[in-house]
Design a protein around this ligand. Structure first.
Ligand SMILES: [Zn+2]
Length: 58
């Protein structure tokens, strides 16, 4: 019983997560919209976002 979480699913989720490079708040959006510069941080309005998947906890 129970579904195995496919790696593709995990990757898809992380590809839609972005981190504001100014205040580090997380936001979810489409990769295409972020690349087009249409997405701003909800908190501070900063446009520079990075993908969550590159984030590593040190
Ligand atoms: Zn921000």
């Amino acid at each position: 019983m129970g579904k195995v979480r496919a790696p593709a699913t995990v990757r898809r989720v992380y590809e839609r997560m972005f981190i504001c490079m100014r205040c580090n708040s997380k936001l979810r959006s489409d990769t295409l919209r972020v690349k087009a510069g249409k997405v701003k941080c909800r908190k501070c309005g900063y446009k520079h976002l990075r993908a969550k998947k590159k984030d590593r906890k040190v």
